[in-house]
Design a protein around this ligand. Structure first.
Ligand code: IMP
Length: 403
């Protein structure tokens, strides 16, 4: 049995979706354990591009089971919308998706609060995705969330849970939430998602007993972790690998490997510090070549050089056992490539030739090999996979990340 967690080692958008898709071929079940539909995972298979926010990326492989664990905050309307979209692309979801029965739900008043706060914050805004993620996690720790499992109970119970939540929320708003309308909305969507709600922790423990492999799909990146990231400019969940245990019910000592998805340069969406940000033509070049636009919000991503101190720290926090280095081909046209090493910038000679689509390490130009080697040295973890383009095939495999 090997259980692998895939996490981002920077600020998200490292290219996790592609690797979760590739590695899900090996796993029996693919599990999301934190975040919500603030995430955006793009997967390209042939001429089809799938954009997922909530469904685990394994969903596009028809024989796999996918699980949304309790560490996620779930917008049930968004989930149904995504299910319908993916089904319209010819993929069956029924009997393959399970939702934990202890997931906090994101309701309309969470989205409204998120957007209102961001607007009122002016210059102090976080730059959230506006999806209600933060307010929903607040309700979870505030013990007033309505959870997936509540939907399985009678109307009186749901009404009581809603009233507790609204007692809090109405104090934060200019006008009260319409309780009856919200109740009806919840009842309506409940019908659609109830078939998926299960005690998934039991299912995962059965898989472990059967020695099946599991893949845990992280969302966002480690520097957005609510404890370990660039607080307060972070998301509201723990994004590092330890959360895979808490967010699913799989004990931490059953999680054997951690793959750290790492972009060959740095990007960030939203506000907050970014040590190596470039405001010049090179920054623009990285954004253009890397198509650095958010999957969820369409916002442009800030771009900069590789920050080895950031990735070294996040690899330590996650216990990363191997790195998947992505988007190396975005650097193809640069004469000089810089890395921030903690003391200053070191300059590396660019390779000025195309690495796009390469599948063999020996075909990489020497300068690219040297750049990758230097990243390994500074970060202290081996690079086991290299991505040279968006397709599944555009991958150099050096080692099996499950072992
Ligand atoms: P929230 O998660 O919507 O509350 O946003 C908080 C911060 O996390 C903002 O800076 C967002 O841009 C960032 N963020 C949230 N999800 C993602 C993601 O999937 N990729 C990159 N940044 C994200």
């Amino acid at each position: 049995m090997a259980n692998l967690v895939v996490v981002g080692t920077q600020w998200g958008d490292e290219g996790k979706g592609k690797f979760v898709d590739i590695l899900s071929e090996r796993a029996d079940t693919i599990v999301r354990f934190q975040g919500g539909h603030n995430a955006g995972h793009t997967i390209k298979v042939g001429s089809t591009t799938y954009k997922l926010s909530l469904l685990p990326s394994g969903i596009i492989r028809e024989n796999k089971t996918v699980v949304i664990g309790n560490g996620v905050v779930l917008d049930p309307w968004k989930l149904m919308e995504e299910i319908r979209l993916i089904e319209s692309m010819g993929i069956k979801i029924k009997d393959r998706l399970m939702i934990a029965d202890n997931i906090p739900l994101i309701l309309q008043y969470h989205r409204e609060l998120d957007l209102d706060r961001e607007q009122e914050a002016g210059e102090d805004k976080i730059g959230t995705t506006g999806r209600g993620i933060g307010p929903a996690y607040e309700d979870k720790v505030g013990r007033r969330a309505i959870r997936s499992g509540d939907l399985l109970k009678d109307d009186e119970h749901i009404r009581a849970r809603l009233q507790i939540a609204l007692k809090h929320h109405n104090k934060l708003r200019n006008y009260p939430v319409n309780e009856n309308w919200t109740f009806e909305q919840i009842k309506d969507i409940a019908k659609e998602i109830i078939p998926y709600i299960k005690p998934v922790w039991k299912h995962l423990h059965t898989l472990m007993e059967e020695n099946k492999d599991m893949l845990f799909e992280g969302a966002q990146g480690s520097s957005l972790d609510v404890d370990w990231g660039t607080y307060p400019f972070v998301t509201s969940s723990n994004t590092i690998a330890g959360m895979a245990s808490i967010g699913t019910g799989v004990p931490h000592n059953k999680i054997t490997n951690v793959l750290g998805i790492t972009k060959a340069y740095t990007t960030r969406v939203g506000e907050g510090p970014m040590k190596t940000e470039l405001f010049d033509d090179i920054g623009k070049h990285l954004a253009d070549m890397g198509k650095e636009k958010g999957t969820v919000t369409g916002r442009g991503r800030r771009c900069g050089w590789f920050d080895a101190t950031q990735v070294r720290k996040t690899c330590m926090l996650n216990g990363v056992t191997g790195i998947a280095l992505t988007k190396i081909d975005v650097l193809d046209e640069l004469e000089t490539i810089k890395i921030y090493n903690g003391e200053g910038y070191e300059e590396h000679k660019g390779w000025l030739s195309s690495t796009a689509g390469l599948t063999q390490h020996e075909d990489l130009p020497n300068e690219a090999k040297a750049y990758i080697k230097r990243i390994e040295e500074l970060v202290g973890v081996e690079v086991v996979l290299i991505s040279t383009g968006p397709d599944r095939e555009d991958t150099i495999t050096l080692k099996d990340p499950f072992n």
